[in-house]
Design a protein around this ligand. Sequence first.
Ligand code: SAH
Length: 364
Amino acid sequence: MKKSLIGYSRNDIGDLLLSYGISENHLKMRTAQIFHGIYYRGFQQIDKITTISKNFREELNKHFTLERVEIKKELVSKDGTKKWLLCLRDKNEIETVYIPEKNRGSLCISSQVGCTLKCSFCHTGTMPLVRNLTASEILTQVFLAKDKLNDWQKKNENRKLSNVILMGMGEPLYNYEEVSKAIKILIDPEGINFSRRKITLSTAGIVPMIDRLGEEIGISLAISLHAVKDDIRNQLVPINKKYPIKELLHSLKKYAQFNSSRKITFEYVMLKDINDSVSDARELCRIISGIPAKVNLIPFNPWPFNKYQCSDQKKIRAFSEIINNAGYSSPIRKPRGRDIMAACGQLISDSKRKNKREQGSINI
Ligand code: SAH
């Protein structure tokens, strides 16, 4: 099977060229040409990189490819949200969601197949971790979206895909090497050229890796907080037993210092009678004080056989008001793409169920 060049960093391309015996004098220029062809022009065939010789293109073509993976299913919501189910080369499936907004658009990408975290309200948490995605597979999600939206070679202000959020399946900080490799490629000014602030990584709070991310990359950060006391958070986000709230907040203060101009987003899923009281809201304001922050309130998105319910609208609004009054912006996330099950993990499970149904192993 040919190897994908998507995911090759400048260094990787350089090493590849050296292995083909290119002279040191031409190395930098040839590397830049190939990098530009892959990450700025978005070519889908090596043959299109005409800045390198035909012979060399033929040589590369024998072992490498720029072909994308298969889109197994595309769903388009009434509100314009698009969801792609991608079939990886080893037949594992991942999902990517594009959310268009006025003058911008965000792509929510996955970092793992499945997840190890087992957050009790998250549908992906019911699936075992199958494997980490490679940098190539992480980037391929952006590539496919750019192909579909005809968004290559566009100036930043005209892009339909203006933001990338690592908020799909998986815990990105448990796949640090591949995730950081992909991010470094995304922010390269000679390639796709995203600004650091337009890439947001969402984590359940893997403290040592947050420190590393702050020191090495410094993109926007979202924290799946969801509770203000350790006993409740232990139930909702079990990784809290390893990295409790106090330690998490301490590392966020450091992160904010490194990246001083940027706010940290706290995600807070609203679960009826679990984490939605007035005293929870007040405690939230207290514990995040000193951190430049914004709080995203996420109405819980129910899935079959789960044990939670979404808080009432009135309660969510009251919660938001308390946070607002304390000086933090606290938008209530509008559910997007409900009709296409655009929430975390749902399409994959649906497709898996169907596969099983076709095999006759479960009854639905
Ligand atoms: N592992 C990372 C990223 C994946 S989850 C993290 O924990 O941040 C992306 C976001 O969706 C998280 O904030 C997660 O808590 C939230 N989420 C998961 N299931 C949800 C559901 N059923 N309803 C609302 N939000 C959910």
